[in-house]
Design a protein. Structure first.
Length: 228
C-alpha cells in the first residue's frame, strides 16, 4: 500500500481500515472455489492469476503437510482423519471440485459443531494457507502504521481467532513502552513513548447485527491510534 499511495503522491493517511478474509462475492461465486456450499473448481485463490489452486496443492502435498495445515489454520481436531481421507480419496480419483472435498471431509469428521458444516474449518485452513493470509497480515500491520500520520488510526476487522490474535498482539506490542532493564533509574519524561494507543477493546457484533448479518458473527474490530 505504501508504493500504491506514493504513486499517487500520498505519503501519509489519516486512517487505514483492513477488512480481512474472504469476501461474500468470492464465497457466492462457485467458480472461485471458496465455498463448500456451492460446487465449483477447487481453487480458493484470492488472486486467481497466480499461485497454486487448492486442488493442485492437495494433489501434491503429503499427508503430514495436509494434516498440519488443517490443524494449524483450521484449529480442526479431526485434522488427522481428514488428511488421511483426502490422501486415500485422491488415490482413487483426482480432486477437482469443492463438493468432492466437502464430502470427503464430511465423512472424516465424526462429530458435528452445531450450525456449522463439517468442512468449514478445513476450507478455512486451506484458504488461509494458499493465500498466506497470516503471513500477509504480519507484514501488512507494521506497513499500515508506517503510513499513518500522527493521530491517524488503524482499524482491523478480523473473522477468526488466528487473525485476531495477530492483530491484538501487534497492537499490544506497539502500545507498551520498550522494556527497560530493571533497576535503571529513568525519569518519566525519558521513558520512550509507545508508537500506538489502543482505542477501546475488541468490538464484537451485537445480537441484532448478527440476526441481520449472520456472516458478522465471528467478526472482531480492533482500533489503535498512532501517537507519534
Ligand atoms: C473481507 S473481503 C473485503 C470485503 C469488502 N470490504 C466488502 O465490504 O465488500 C477481503 C478482501 O481482501 C482481499 N485480499 C485478500 N488478501 C489480500 C491482500 N494481501 N492484499 C489485498 N487484498 C487482499 C480479498 O480478495 C477480499 O476481496
Amino acid at each position: 500500500m505504501q508504493e500504491a499511495l506514493a504513486a499517487r503522491g500520498i505519503r501519509h493517511v489519516a486512517g487505514v481500515l483492513l477488512d480481512l478474509g474472504v469476501s461474500s462475492p468470492q464465497l457466492e461465486e462457485a467458480a472461485r472455489g471458496f465455498s463448500f456450499a456451492r460446487d465449483g473448481p477447487l481453487d480458493m485463490r484470492m488472486d486467481p492469476t497466480s499461485g497454486e489452486t487448492a486442488a493442485e496443492w492437495l494433489t501434491r502435498a503429503d499427508e503430514k503437510e495436509i494434516r498440519e495445515v488443517i490443524f494449524a489454520h483450521g484449529e480442526e481436531r479431526f485434522a488427522k482423519s481428514i488428511a488421511a481421507a483426502i490422501v486415500a480419496a485422491r488415490g482413487r480419483e483426482p480432486l477437482r471440485t469443492t463438493r468432492q472435498l466437502a464430502e470427503i471431509v464430511g465423512r472424516a469428521v465424526r462429530t458435528r459443531e452445531p450450525g456449522q458444516h463439517p468442512a468449514t474449518r478445513t476450507f478455512q485452513a486451506l484458504r488461509i494457507h494458499l493465500n498466506q493470509e497470516l503471513e500477509e497480515l504480519e507484514v501488512t500491520l507494521p506497513r499500515a502504521v508506517a503510513i499513518l500520520e500522527p493521530g491517524g488510526r488503524l482499524a482491523v476487522v478480523s473473522f477468526h481467532s488466528l487473525e485476531d490474535r495477530i492483530v491484538k498482539n501487534f497492537i499490544r506490542g506497539r502500545s507498551t513502552a520498550d522494556h527497560l532493564p530493571r533497576g535503571v533509574p529513568v525519569r518519566a519524561a525519558e521513558l520512550p513513548i509507545p508508537e500506538l494507543r489502543p482505542i477501546g477493546g475488541a468490538v464484537k457484533p451485537s445480537e441484532e447485527e448478527i440476526r441481520r448479518n449472520p456472516r458478522a458473527r465471528s467478526a472482531v474490530l480492533r482500533v489503535a491510534e498512532k501517537v507519534h
